[in-house]
Design a protein around this ligand. Sequence first.
Ligand code: UD1
Length: 419
Amino acid sequence: MQKLVIRGEKRLCGEIAVQGAKNSALALLAACVLCSGEVVLKNCPALSDVFAACRILNRLGCKSRYLDHCAYVDAGGMSECAVPEDMMRQMRSSIVFLGAVLGRKGQCELSYPGGCELGPRPIDMHLSALSQMGVKINEEYGVLCCECPKGLHGARINLDFPSVGATENIMLAAALAKGETVITNAAREPEIADLGDFLNCCGARVSGQGTSTIVISGVDKLHGCEYEVMPDRIAAATYMSAAAITGGELDLKNARAEHLGAVIPVFEQMGCRVFSYDDRIYIAGKQPLKAVKTIRTMPFPAFPTDAQAVVMAALTKAKGTSVVVENIFSSRYRHVDELVRMGADIKTEGKVAVIEGVERLYGARVRAADLRGGAALVLAGLAAQGETEVENLCYIDRGYESIEKYLRNVGADVCRMTS
Ligand code: UD1
């Protein structure tokens, strides 16, 4: 078991080069299954979830290796179409392999992802969309057996909710399907645009990615390509919060302001100064921070649920009362009790969290219960008086590349220990 030990109250200052986006890299790695030549994914973050996706690729008979922020995938020899349960468990977002494997092989077998640390993760929209494209689905003892006896065909699919994963699965299944697929009420997240751009680089015909209507005209074959994964907007938001909570000053390289359109104004309301230029965001924290009006998590371009916990960490020290409404996941306040152990004043009721800013947080031994909630505890530790131990680092490692090194480089006193 690894933990982070943080001695707080150090002001962070300097430059951070933000990693490639986890959520984009995972979808692109699944998409490689569709390609008949080698794919080189540059700026691919060194994360346990990325390595888990590479293991799934290898299990499917593809060749994948990872070296120095590049993933090399050759799906030419893909022989299997089943993802074993233990691999599905390691990474719940592996459901995105469903559309890709179906697109390539016309059949796929994987276990149902079930509930996880954020609450139930249903996939009804994924399955209904795929069945509209000709997929027959059988669920037996938690295993999904999918096949398309007559091949995949295009369809007009309207999503009840702009689900990121469902949009990705449909795009992947549609890339090599017969005819045209039109997704309305599609997710508009930047990672969806990245997936569409990647598929086009491989010879697909996708348009409208990043808008609510995506059109995919199926092609016969996709080839390999070299592609650079977009920067991670949630890691950028996390480091912005680190600057805010420590009253520091950070220059984030590889951070795109257009991906953080609903997040930057929140830091400005807190009193931080934020400037963006080229692919950089500069942020200077202010002490004391000011409370903000209600933050509501919603699909892109509104405030992202993935940034809720890390922004809440900064709000624990913001003078006044802030309100957060979590609209996307039912169980995404598991960091709250741990923040309260550190002296934060937060009350939750259902979707709503009310945060009364406190003058001081105190070091404590706390446990990450999920990825972003874990990052929030690290941020609180950076600002807390005394020593904080954050346990269950495995959650944080799923989404942040050596978080302790990035933070140490800008002045934090933090180290990783094995207990
Ligand atoms: C993706 C991201 C995750 C982010 C989330 C929302 C990846 C690997 N993960 O997750 O980090 O927090 O988008 O931006 O990219 N839903 C259904 N039925 C479905 C599908 C979804 O009810 O078939 C519900 C979910 O329970 C949730 C909401 O829709 O309440 C949003 O889920 P979705 O957008 O699908 O998130 P993920 O793709 O799982």
